[in-house]
Ligand binder design. Structure first.
Ligand SMILES: *Cc1c(COP(=O)(O)O)cnc(C)c1O
Length: 351
């Protein structure tokens, strides 16, 4: 990032090409899919994918169990596409059998959209089972894999996914500013003129890249260079398997450590992705999230407020350049922060 690239210079063109290839090979999509980067945060990539691929007259089935699923439905509505919702509570994954039934009962539905890891709660939705059901019903599947890509294996040779969406700054550990969409080649080729937006049109973005290797509009050159470096670091860590192992260990140390202080996670272990953990709000009247946040920040740790509807909670991330030793330090910092607040335990009232 300390170097300025010319956005139309051959070195930057080559860099973009390497990043696109590496992204595809991470999900085994080199034979079948194409990676198209798009400027902006993850939501820009989601909106680009929905606008480029969702049908104009047939409805899209949106599987919702958190804020990111709800955002997908509201984007589709905003751009005038028809939406069918299948909503489950935030701690409950969508049932593949129910999806199969909805697709059977409504032959108009063209595609389904799934959030792989719903970062609202940290729940891991059953991607493989849902992809199989959607494929068997002859429909397409669009997956928001924003927080799971690079951290949890996805194999496009085994799992039928038409469109996969992610960004630079979560499991890939790059800096924020670029998203990307990995789309089945035929589907991308068939999407000309479909997007409601010029700047978010992935078909045109792809055609531009194929024509001369250049981005249509000014690319975030420093961010793309950082993503190239982040992809090298991922490889050096042993690829997605190595990264998954580190995040999994982070998650275990976190849940065990805060658990010893009384904290109770929202999700059972089999639904918990090693990405972000939601804990129930502690019952101790001396506990206040903002004070806890501040006391942890003073000790060098930033956590997240809860994002659930209805249930009070707070969240702690497991991803990024952190390892188990950092999680041990975090648990010690949490213990000290609670002591400073006069909080005896993180136990929620329901436990
Ligand atoms: C982070 C995230 C997004 C995109 O968020 P941005 O703030 O726009 O980068 C979308 N979906 C999921 C599941 C996410 O975790």
């Amino acid at each position: 990032m300390m170097r300025d690239f010319g956005s139309r210079d051959p070195r930057f063109i080559a860099l973009t090409g390497r990043v696109r290839e590496r992204l595809l090979s991470l999900c085994m999509g080199s034979e079948s899919h194409v990676a198209v980067p798009i400027q902006g945060s993850g939501t820009y990539a989601v909106e680009a994918a929905l606008g480029t691929f969702c049908h104009h007259t047939r409805p899209t089935l949106v599987l919702i169990n958190g804020a990111y699923g709800r955002r997908i439905a509201s984007i589709l509505e905003r751009i005038g596409r028809r939406v069918r919702r299948y909503e489950t509570p935030e701690h409950v994954p969508p049932a593949p059998s129910a999806i199969a039934r909805m697709l059977k009962e409504d032959p108009e539905i063209a595609d389904a959209v799934l959030v792989h890891c719903e970062t609202t709660s940290g729940i891991l939705n059953p991607l493989d089972e849902i992809a199989t059901v959607v494929r068997d019903a002859g429909r397409g599947l669009i997956v928001d894999a924003m927080s799971s890509f690079g951290a949890i294996p996805i194999d496009l040779r085994r799992t039928p996914i038409d469109v996969l969406i992610a960004s630079s700054n979560k499991g890939l550990e790059g800096v924020p500013g670029v998203g990307f969409v990995i789309a089945r080649r035929e589907r991308l080729a068939a999407s000309a003129g479909q997007c409601h937006s010029v700047s978010l049109d992935l078909h045109d973005q792809w055609r531009g890249l194929e024509a001369n290797g250049q981005w249509r509009f000014t690319p975030p050159t420093h961010v793309v260079a950082a993503l190239a470096a982040a992809l090298e670091a991922l490889e050096a860590e042993g690829g997605i398997a190595g990264r998954f192992a580190r995040y999994h260990e982070n998650c275990r140390v976190l849940i065990d450590g805060l658990g010893a202080l009384g904290a109770v996670p929202l999700l059972p272990a089999q639904l918990q992705a090693p990405i972000i953990v939601t804990f129930h709000m502690p019952a101790d009247p001396a506990f206040a999230f903002q004070r806890f946040y501040g006391a942890l920040a003073d000790r060098g740790f930033l956590i997240y407020p809860g994002k659930l509807t209805g249930v009070e909670s707070f969240r702690v991330g497991c991803i990024g350049q952190v390892r188990a030793t950092d999680m041990v330090r975090f648990v010690a910092a949490a213990r000290a922060a609670l002591e400073s607040m006069g909080v005896a335990s993180l136990a929620p009232s329901l436990a």
